[in-house]
Design a protein around this ligand. Structure first.
Ligand code: GL2
Length: 817
């Protein structure tokens, strides 16, 4: 079908050791005027990065030229967060040259792992949402799909977390301090973005009404492109991140450096709020900034193709990742109407065909709203267009739907602009991120919209990049898989299923156990180096890693730990299998309650870890600064995966998938994608407990939950809660009280006490099961074997087919196979 002018090659054999060393030597000389042998790790890392970029640059160019020559429809994934982590090893893996590079460096006695550690994590995201965007970037390129990322190049990524006296302290993440070897600044592609000012309509010379804007603030958006290297297929897509500058034409406007700073800081920091939309002017300006720059560059590209406007939706798909980029809708309308004189009707038709939207949460506070006054003042043209979309929506629905329904779904309500409503009304597709989540959107959260546009709603269960989360981060397990089922799983994660044939094979089970043990030992070493805590690597490694949020219920985990602690204290001889509870979590700096939980976990850890009577039966480790790189260390070493959010609250979760893929066994509520994990592995291979989403909603309906009643009737809950305020745990006077108040005074919003017994019971079963090593290993094998279903490759293919209507580039050949 495609007639290409270029041939793309990729995969193994791209470069020999000799060629690589020659290139590397040349780069070290050119960049630093020294020899490889004299280079510092930082210099060597940068030179190696430059060498690698040199290897894929041609493919990057070819990929782009191919898209252009074929005029392929492309998707632009707009996301205010991307969390790629480190790129060196993943680029090497995807280029098929990981081993060549490892061996080449060894010639100079350099360990690739040491060099890889030099790279700073690109942490331009908060958590799951941003990491999903990066898994998708990898999967889109690896599936040969024409797709690009569009986001913000924050000067500072998500804060670095340290603990001081058990408290979270936030330090700036200066990820750009030593430069970023992967990006290419493209001055020629910079565009201007306009803010504020006065906007009004005036007849133009051709008699038509035109928009006039005065007194605006004009800022320059400069793109920095990073190649997204596909897995052994020669394809390199683009993630384009925008950075703000003052255009030279505007220089004269600013009288002082301070005045300039206000504007230059627009892309300085990522908002470290995971799911609370903060009514901050700067955040709104950030949203418009990357949206406007991105849409302008898309339209500039489309104009190059010389097609009439009605072809736009055959060439371009724009994805709105959560509501943050929802201004894509009025911005595309503005450009079409104001700059190209397209009629409202045609512009609207095109916009809704081009746009699609993913909802990532059902937490009400995370559904973004902006005050109208703010939109009016800082983005007056956006406000006008949104107002008109809203007016037309109301008119078009009147007579078809009842007035109350229209009122509940319109975009402007009172003094607020509802961004999710804008995203749904202005697009052709709204999806949730796990089956349960999508069902809840239809049934509850967005039910009104579902009655209006049932055909727009669909589900796309999240997926993960198996390459990073298994091939790269867990080499011992990868090797066992290669030996057992061959290597096809490296290209086709569904082939992990082949492992099911070995569930009763003692040799394979033993090998899996060994691979796990190796990773546990590595993590134990890391724990000791970073925290000083010595853990027993044969203990059960029980892991909860995710943002700190009340609904995720890290506190429930802690309540259970305290229960165990008191049991051992009371009966030191009791036979308890040693367990290490490992936490990794950042709290939003403004989220006081979450920070109190961190403090309390740290204090309990301090108490338990130093208690002689406990020994190594129980250890608690809170590893600071949880990020992608740390996740890559923890996940392969986990025995148990804690996914214990209150049912209905976690849209999907993705660490649940990564942990399962690495053979951890899940203890979970029936929330988010846990439900699908249960379906994939069967009830016997997962520990499900707690309220179902229906039971949670029944409590909301009947208002008959009493946390105090549980406290008063359940002696263990009583004992554990008292410990927060009776001095049993030192140094938590304020935090302990705050936690007890949240549970008793404010009636335990997330039903921790209600689920406590069920959780403890599931934990006890799990504890028992672990002691039957063969049984546990089999269970672990079944989890690995069934994890292929949560592949991001599969998920993006579903998006490509059902939502974006894009096709893989013809050259999707696995040269390296
Ligand atoms: C999240 C959801 O909370 C999480 O359950 C989901 O897996 C991810 C990706 O879809 O999106 N929503 C959100 O705002 N953040 C998430 O992690 N930060």
């Amino acid at each position: 079908m495609f007639q290409s002018v270029f041939v793309i090659k990729g995969g193994k054999g791209m470069i020999t050791k000799k060629q690589l060393i020659k290139e590397l030597r040349k780069n070290v000389q050119e960049m630093y005027a020294i020899e490889i042998e004299d280079a510092t790790e930082q210099e060597l890392f940068f030179s190696l990065g430059t060498t690698i970029k040199g290897i894929y640059n041609k493919n990057w160019q070819k990929t782009w030229n191919n898209y252009l020559a074929e005029e392929q429809k492309q998707v632009y994934y707009f996301s205010i967060e991307f969390l790629p982590g480190k790129l060196l090893k993943s680029n090497l893996l995807n280029l098929g040259i990981l081993e060549v590079v490892r061996e080449s460096l060894a010639e100079f006695s350099v360990d690739l792992e040491d060099l890889a550690a030099v790279e700073k994590d690109m942490a331009l995201g908060n958590g799951g949402l941003g990491r999903l965007a990066s898994c998708f970037m990898d999967a889109i390129a690896s599936s040969g799909l024409p797709g690009n990322g569009n986001g913000i190049r924050y000067d500072y990524g998500l804060f670095k977390q340290q603990f001081v006296d058990g408290y979270q302290v936030e330090l700036p993440d200066e990820w750009l301090r030593n430069g970023n070897v992967w990006e290419i600044r493209r001055d020629s592609k910079a565009v201007n973005v306009h803010f504020g000012g006065d906007v009004y309509m005036q007849p133009k010379s051709n008699g038509k009404l035109g928009v006039v804007a005065e007194n605006e603030t004009i800022l320059r958006a400069v793109p920095y492109d990073t190649g997204m290297v596909g897995f052994e297929n020669g394809i390199v897509n683009t993630m384009r991140l925008w950075s703000v500058e003052i255009p030279s034409s505007e220089e004269g406007k600013y009288r002082s450096i301070e005045e300039r700073r206000v504007f230059e800081d627009l892309t300085a920091v990522l908002y470290p709020d995971d799911s609370n939309a903060r009514g901050r002017l700067i955040r709104l300006a950030q949203e418009y900034f990357f949206v406007s720059a991105g849409i302008q560059s898309i339209i500039r590209y489309f104009k190059k193709l010389n097609h009439p406007w009605h072809v736009l939706s055959e060439k371009v798909a724009i994805h709105i990742n959560d509501t943050h980029p929802a201004l894509c809708i009025p911005e595309l309308m503005r450009i079409l109407m104001d700059e190209y004189e397209v009629s409202w009707e045609q512009a609207w038709d095109l916009t809704s065909k081009v746009m699609s939207y993913t909802n990532h949460t059902i937490m009400a506070e995370a559904l973004e709203k902006w005050p109208t006054y703010l939109m009016k003042r800082s983005l007056p043209r956006m406000y006008q267009i949104i107002k008109e979309i809203d007016r037309r929506y109301v008119v078009s629905m009147s007579g078809i739907h009842d007035a109350a329904l229209i009122e509940r779904t319109r975009i402007i309500q009172g003094e607020d602009i509802h961004m999710a409503n804008l995203a749904i009304i202005g697009s052709h597709s709204t999806n949730g991120v796990a089956k349960l989540h999508s069902d809840l959107l239809k049934a509850v959260v967005l039910h009104d919209f579902y009655t209006i546009y049932p055909e727009r709603f669909n589900n796309k269960t999240n997926g993960i990049a198996q390459r990073r989360w298994l091939q790269l981060s867990n080499e011992p397990l990868s090797r066992v898989l290669d030996e057992t089922i061959g290597k096809s799983w490296r290209h086709e994660p569904a082939d992990l299923k082949l492992l099911m044939n070995y569930q009763n094979d003692p040799i394979v089970l033993e090998k899996l156990a060994k691979a796990k043990q190796q990773k546990k030992e590595e993590l134990a070493k890391y724990i000791q180096e970073t925290t000083g805590i010595i853990v027993n690597p044969t203990a059960i490694f029980d892991v909860q890693i995710k943002r700190l949020h009340a609904y995720k219920r890290q506190l429930l985990n802690l309540l259970h730990i305290l229960k165990l602690y008191f049991e051992i204290k009371e009966n030191p001889q009791a036979s308890i299998y040693p367990r290490v509870f490992i936490f990794g979590a950042k709290a939003a700096p403004s989220y006081a309650y979450a920070k109190s939980i961190i403090k309390v976990i740290n204090e309990v850890a301090n108490l338990v870890n130093h208690d002689q009577t406990i020994g190594d039966k129980l250890k608690i480790v809170f590893l600071p600064n949880y990020n992608v790189s740390l996740a890559e260390k923890i996940i392969p070493a986990a025995d148990v995966s804690e996914q214990i959010s209150l049912a209905s609250k976690e849209a999907s979760g993705t660490s649940n998938m990564k942990l399962m893929l690495n053979g951890a066994i899940t203890i979970a509520t029936l929330d988010g994608a846990n439900v699908e994990i249960r379906d994939a592995v069967g009830d016997e291979n997962i520990y499900i407990f707690g309220l179902t989403e229906a039971e949670v909603y029944a409590y909301y309906e009947n208002k008959n939950y009493s946390a105090r009643e549980v406290y008063e009737t359940n002696p263990i809950v009583h004992r554990v809660l008292n410990a927060f305020v009776d001095g049993s745990i030192p140094n938590i006077e304020r935090e302990g009280q705050e936690i007890v108040d949240s549970l008793l005074l404010y009636n335990d919003e997330y039903f921790l006490l209600r689920d406590f017994d069920a959780y403890c019971e599931a934990q006890a079963r799990l504890n028992q099961a672990y002691q039957d090593a063969t049984h546990w290993q089999k269970c672990s094998l079944i989890n690995i074997a069934n994890a292929g279903t949560f592949s991001a490759d599969k998920t993006v293919k579903q998006y490509a087919e059902d939502i974006w209507q894009i096709e893989p580039l013809f050259a999707h050949t696995h040269q390296g196979r």
